[in-house]
Structures are given as C-alpha cells and as structure tokens.
Design a protein around this ligand. Structure first.
Ligand code: NAD
Length: 245
C-alpha cells in the first residue's frame, strides 16, 4: 500500500492536469451516510421522497423528510481530512479540477475553489417559478415548506432529484476536464450512478491514469482503475499528502 501511495504521488507530481471525482464515501467520515450499503440512507428512507414527480404531487410530505435528512441531520457536518487534502492540492497547484456528486458543500467549506457540482448543492434553495436562489441559512425550517419571498412559490433544494437533468455548466465542465485530464483520482464512489460515473470513464478513455481511493471494490475497480488505494478516504489522502508535500 505504501509503495502504491508513493507511486501515485510521483504520477501526480509529474502530471499536468490532475482531476478528482468524489462520491458520498468522502463525506462518510464527516458523519454523512452514503445512500447505498449497510448504513445507507435508503435503508431508512424511501427514495421516492427525492423523485421529482412524487415531489410535485406531495410537497408537504417530501419536505418533512428533506428537512430531516438534509437540514437536521447533516447541517453541522464539517469537512474531514480528505476534503482538506484535496483543497490543499488545489491550492498548491497539484489539482486542477474537482467534480463531485456530493451535495453537502463540504469541498467548498474545506477551501476547494474549482468544484463542479454534478448533482447540485443542498445549501441552496431555488424558486422554480422565478428562478431566485436562496441560501439555506436564511431559513430555520421550523415552518415547511419554505417559500419564495417574491411570489410565494414553494422552494426546492437546488440539488437534482431522481428524474431531473444534470446542471448544464457542471456537466459540460466535468466532461471537458475529463477529456484533458492525465490523472483522475476517484474517491468514495460506487460508480453506480449515471451519467456521473461516465466522467472518470471518459478520463480513462482519454488516456488518464485512474487512481481509486475506496475501502471496497466498486464498478470502477476492475475495468477503469489503474491503482486502487484500498482504505478510508482520510487515511489514504493523509498518507498521499505526506508523500506530496
Ligand atoms: P454511494 O452511496 O453509492 O457509495 C459510497 C461509496 O463510498 C462506496 O463505494 C463505499 O465503499 C465508499 N466509502 C464508504 N466509506 C468510505 C470512506 N470512509 N472513504 C472512502 N470511501 C468510502 O455513493 P456515490 O457513488 O457517490 O452515489 C451516491 C449518490 O448519492 C451520489 O449521486 C450523490 O449525489 C448522492 N449522495 C450524496 C451525499 C453527500 O452529499 N454527502 C450523501 C449520500 C448520497
């Protein structure tokens, strides 16, 4: 493992365009459970509450669960060492782009600047009538659903629900970066969610070396990954940091 980390650090140092692709696993050590797996959110909640069609028909019920999952449980989550190492790599010029499937804002809180939010961000709410954006900090969520102060419309969290398209800028920037990357570091993603999982696959097809950080094997591990750093995100990235700086 230490040898693989050293080899990864060398490849990263010698590369011109390193990108990262992160999934729910990077935030597990911040106390946010993933969707899938033994302790996943879908063991407790019905994914229907994040289905766009169901949401439009059942605002009140959906907002009850949305508040509980995203604004009660996760409100106080802080970036962990893994988020911080990626932010430091960007600051020191070793990481040029970060694509995240996460909606928890923890990369930005850790200091990352170039973050393509493939699935949006739970810290923003959007009025679907007039398009106005609000910070979730403006609401205490005691009274739900939150409403637009311009037109009274019910606000929707600005992350994508099942059945919704990927935000255009994030989509285009993510794939453009994947095409020019010479290294893609995948952290904590099963690779089961499309089209997000096509981002590292595109990097691979464009010739990038794929380094995967995950305690488990995933859909990337066999066909896509070149170097699997098997372990928790914060532990592996701490070791990589020591090799890099
Ligand atoms: P996933 O839930 O499908 O899988 C999580 C992956 O993380 C697994 O492969 C697991 O082995 C790995 N993992 C668990 N603990 C880890 C650790 N400490 N370090 C490194 N890896 C670890 O995640 P996904 O592939 O991102 O897909 C889930 C979808 O759900 C995404 O689209 C994402 O938008 C959304 N989601 C986001 C959050 C968040 O914002 N934090 C949380 C849950 C789900």
């Amino acid at each position: 493992m230490d040898l693989l980390i050293r080899e990864s650090a060398e490849i990263i140092r010698e590369s011109k365009f390193v990108m990262a692709f992160t999934g729910a696993g990077i935030s597990v050590e911040s106390g946010i459970p993933p969707f899938r797996g033994e302790h996943g959110l879908w063991n407790k909640y019905n994914p229907e509450v994040l289905d766009l069609g169901f949401y439009f028909e059942n605002h009140e019920e959906c907002w009850f669960y949305i508040r509980e999952i995203f604004y009660d449980f996760f409100a106080d989550a802080k970036p962990n060492k893994a988020h911080k190492v990626l932010a430091r790599m960007e600051k020191e010029g070793l990481l040029k782009s970060l694509v995240t499937q996460n909606i928890d804002n923890l990369h930005q809180q850790a200091g990352s600047k170039i973050v393509h939010e493939f699935h949006g961000n739970s810290k923003r709410l959007k009025c679907l009538l007039c398009g106005k954006l609000f910070s979730s900090k403006e609401f205490d969520f005691k009274k739900i659903p939150p409403r637009c102060d311009e037109d009274g419309e019910i606000l929707k969290p600005d992350f994508i629900f099942f059945g919704e398209g990927i935000p255009r800028d994030a989509y285009e920037n993510s794939f453009a970066d994947a095409e020019k990357a010479d290294v893609c570091i995948i952290v904590g993603s099963t690779g089961e969610v499309t089209p997000a999982s096509f981002v590292p696959r595109t990097a691979k097809q464009s010739g990038a070396v794929i380094i995967e950080i995950n305690p488990e094997e995933t859909m990337f591990t066999g066909p896509v990954t070149d170097i699997h750093l098997k372990g928790k995100a914060s532990e592996v990235l701490s070791k990589l940091e020591k090799e890099l700086f």
